[in-house]
Design a binder for this molecule. Structure first.
Ligand SMILES: [Ca+2]
Length: 276
């Protein structure tokens, strides 16, 4: 879970003090139960259960060898039916959410999705949420000739973890949904680890306060994959002992770097939202 507020009081014997406070609104909390799959007992991961209409063709397991520690495993011996690891998550209607995580495919086609249905009898309609991510591999497919080298096959590498990311708006009046990870009507083998379910983006309020011995010269906020800073105060003129910066539309799927440059030339860098 990500801390609501990160307060850093940096005091060194020979250095002036800088208090750097970073507050997220909404607070970014991972709402997926047991999101790294490290918790459980009796060979069952806490908070997750496996479901399919044809259990005979599936082997599901809570296993070692994950991207971090333990992970979820699903293997299908035929494409007769799909099967998924499932967990419930809460929703607030109208909010933007992100369901992301990591998968590894040794064969077959996976589906990661968020789904819910609610009947509204008075309005004579049904509200449906169904947001999907598919990925597939031809490895282990019976149509692939044996003389094709594995590296020549398209699709994800079997020993590499890849990330999926689903962003959506929760339709009214839904108050909950299921998140599911599994094999989609193909034989194959896949693994899942380190999932996140929570706000798609947030607003960061950053405040930097120094004591009288130094002042803030500049604050820059950066996210990996973004060519420009998310926010940049530029060179402050004059330098300040108290500086506040609001950064809207901050993605929740990546660590955010906050870099404060002080009048003395000292640079303090802090990472917000480091996860998975
Ligand atoms: Ca794990």
């Amino acid at each position: 879970m990500r801390a609501l507020v990160v307060t850093l009081l940096l005091v060194a014997r020979s250095l002036p003090a800088l208090e750097l406070r970073i507050t997220a609104t909404p607070a970014v909390q991972n709402l997926a139960p047991n999101p790294c799959f490290e918790l459980g007992r009796d060979d069952r991961p806490a908070g997750w259960s496996f479901g399919t209409a044809v259990p005979d063709i599936f082997q599901s397991a809570w296993t070692d060898g994950g991207r971090t520690g333990k992970c979820l495993r699903v293997q299908a011996t035929s494409g007769k039916m799909s099967g998924y690891w499932n967990a419930p998550v809460p929703l607030v209607s109208g909010r933007r959410y992100r369901f992301s995580g990591w998968y590894r495919i040794k064969g077959g086609r996976i589906l990661c999705y968020v789904h819910a249905r609610k009947r509204l009898p008075k309005e004579y309609k049904t509200v449906t949420l169904d947001e999907r991510f598919y990925a597939g591999s031809f490895r282990q497919h019976w149509l692939v000739p044996v003389f094709i080298p594995p590296d020549a096959l398209p699709g994800p590498k079997p020993d590499q973890w890849y990330r999926f990311d689903i962003v959506f708006t929760a339709p009214a009046p839904l108050t909950g949904a299921s998140i599911s990870l599994g094999m989609y009507f193909t034989p194959g083998l896949a693994f899942f680890d380190d999932v996140f379910f929570g706000p798609a983006e947030t607003t960061l309020d950053i405040s930097a306060t120094t004591d009288a011995t130094d002042r803030v010269r500049r604050i820059v906020v950066m996210a990996p994959g973004h060519s420009k800073p998310l926010a940049d105060t530029g060179g402050l003129e004059p330098f300040q002992t108290e500086c506040e910066l609001r950064v809207p539309h901050v993605p929740t799927d990546t660590p955010i770097t906050v870099r404060v440059t002080l009048e003395s030339g000292r640079t303090v860098t802090r990472i917000w939202g480091e996860r998975n």
